[in-house]
Design a protein around this ligand. Structure first.
Ligand code: G3I
Length: 381
């Protein structure tokens, strides 16, 4: 059949089919670029926190008060004011910071953080009251009976002081630790050694009494990957949650840290199925420490930033679409402040990781725009 000549456009020379296709492609690209530019302009107006709040989501990030004293301190604080509706204490609500010695309580940094949150209308997530890790040396020298006393005294003294100003408490952090080969794959440490698995229920029951209005959260890591490790963590955490539910332990939400790595496998339908199982037990879900460790990505900074933005989209789109997910928290906001940069020199790191939505100058990266697109597209809770 004779090739049909495309109709000549009125007022112009007849165009070849190729020219029309090229013209269409160029027009389409222009449109995409234009719509993306328009979209970015649109996003530039909307703060991420407002986009999240429209969908019933709290957008937060971990905050370290000592960063406010750095040369970039003002820009650091402003980045939080501009982008998030909540902050999580990265350090100052940990036992090591609050109780540097057995006979000393240092509320300075926690007071400063709490005031910053209050002054800027931010919800405060206090992380973390009981953790079998990152404990001050003196705790390891306590005898069993003294550990219970410490737990009760710690929960009382901290929660009484901040009651009404903390929106959510990470009451127990990282209870799972398969490497310790304990029943239920629980993690060993002073609290487990003194009380067994019962330390978890004891902590939550005491916490409910000391701050009945706050959300109580059990926070866990390493549940995200589609590999044997991720499966062990998901299975162990779900089994623990079922036991705690059966004992009617007062837990409101489960924190999933979500420290992603570019060199790990993810299976989103499987992970969403895990979210379904947590939600079916009646718990809300907080994504509590999101970042993407991109050191395994090769290529230019621009290529790495695009790859990180893609993993943000791939992971956060299905996760934030889940109605039980109420909070998305980043672990810091700007690359320079990420825990992944600690000890870079000592570790001989050739390149610094770029895991977060803002760069070292607190400027938006492709990951910021990817997050904004996901927030715009996610359904309301
Ligand atoms: O600020 C001091 C500095 O003055 C001192 O010179 C230096 C050398 O010891 O230490 C600095 O404090 C360090 C602090 O981070 C601030 O950089 C502490 O040693 C170090 O232990 C602390 O690490 C924190 C870690 O938790 C242990 O508390 C990280 O910042 C923090 O990002 C990390 O966060 C954890 C979550 O709580 C639980 N989930 C995993 C996550 C990442 O490991």
């Amino acid at each position: 059949m004779k090739r049909q000549q495309p109709p000549s456009l009125p007022g112009s020379l007849p165009l070849s089919r190729r020219q029309i296709l090229l013209g269409t492609a160029a027009a389409a690209t222009a449109l995409t670029t234009q719509s993306r530019a328009a979209q970015r302009a649109d996003l530039n107006q909307a703060s991420l926190a407002a986009l999240a709040a429209e969908k019933g989501l709290l957008l937060a990030a971990s905050f370290a008060v000592h960063e406010m004293d750095a040369s970039y301190g003002k820009a650091y604080a402003q980045a939080y004011i501009d982008n998030v509706g909540g902050i999580t204490s990265e350090l100052c609500f940990k036992m090591g910071m609050l109780r540097p010695t057995a006979d000393k309580l240092d509320f300075g940094p926690a007071d400063r953080l709490t005031n910053f949150a209050q002054q800027n209308g931010m919800k405060l997530r206090a992380h973390t009251l009981i953790w079998n890790d990152a404990l001050p040396e003196w705790v390891h020298r306590l005898r069993a009976g003294e550990i219970e006393l410490l737990m009760d005294a710690h929960l009382l003294s901290i929660m009484e002081r901040y009651r009404g100003r903390v929106w959510a408490w990470d009451v127990v952090n990282e209870p799972i630790g398969p490497w310790d080969k304990l029943p239920g794959n629980l993690r060993n440490g002073p609290f487990y050694a003194a009380m067994g698995e019962g330390y978890i229920a004891r902590a939550f029951r005491a916490a409910r009494g000391y701050d009945p209005m706050a959300l109580l959260v059990l926070n866990e890591a390493q549940t995200e990957t589609a590999d044997g490790n991720g499966q062990i963590f998901r299975d162990s955490l779900l089994a623990l949650l079922k036991r705690l539910k059966a004992e009617d332990v007062p837990i409101d939400a489960i924190g999933l840290q979500s420290h992603l790595r570019s060199d790990r496998p993810y299976d989103m339908p499987r992970f969403v199925g895990f979210l379904d199982e947590i939600a079916a037990l009646g718990y809300a879900i907080h994504i509590t420490e999101f970042d993407v460790n991109d050191v395994a990505y090769s290529g230019s900074i621009a290529a790495r930033d695009q790859a990180v933005a893609k993993l943000y989209r791939d992971f956060l789109t299905p996760v934030l679409a889940h109605k039980a997910v109420k909070v998305l928290t980043f672990w810091q906001l700007a690359d320079r402040n990420s825990w992944l940069t600690y000890g870079a020199k000592e570790k001989g790191m050739k390149r610094m990781p770029r895991p977060l939505p803002l760069d070292d100058d607190f400027q938006r990266k492709p990951a910021w725009y990817a997050l904004a697109e996901v927030l715009k597209g996610t359904p309301p809770r």
